[in-house]
Design a protein around this ligand. Sequence first.
Ligand SMILES: [Zn+2]
Length: 218
Amino acid sequence: MLMEKERNEIVEYGKKLVTEHLTKGTGGNISIYDPEQGTMAISPSGIDYFDTKPEDVVVMKLDGTIVEGNRKPSSEHDLHIALYEKKPDVRAVVHTHSMFCTVLGVNNMDLKAVHYVLADAGTPSVPLAPYVTYGTRELADAVANTIGDSYACLMKNHGMIACGKNVASAFSLASNCEWVAEIQWRCLCCGTPNILSDAEMAKVLHKFQSYGQAPEKK
Ligand SMILES: [Zn+2]
């Protein structure tokens, strides 16, 4: 089976989308890209995350050709393809209909630095792409043209998308964006949120580059 490890990861993280309340039903989708093979593994369209098996995950090229898999790929495969084309360092994309990111997008708001954790997106704020019908190349282009230097983007009246160097980091960014979006929403409900300055976020971005455990000494 082609991309077996990646297909297993997509099954595993698909379940996490539901258990960690980042999506409802079959909403959202996940892909992983292998630049050496030039192939992308992506969730199948419309199959319950808890019924999806590795063989249901579709392997396709970035030109849209299906290389392996009997299922239809996610209706948003063009969205994933557009992001791999736009950001050559990205290896995984997570798209969700998470509640608070969607709420902000419906209100025509981008995601602001109400908490320093938003620096995980690589930019001081996360932009909002205009509304375009789901599953279209036009939507894919709208998101790719809006995301800029960020690794996440809200999608008006739809949801959000997060990119990463692997599926764990893309998923973690989607989760962090949702947490920050909930804080922004809660703060807007009872006052005027204080937004961290771009200069402060630049400091945090710098610190995030060396965050975590130092690499093991060989
Ligand atoms: Zn969607």
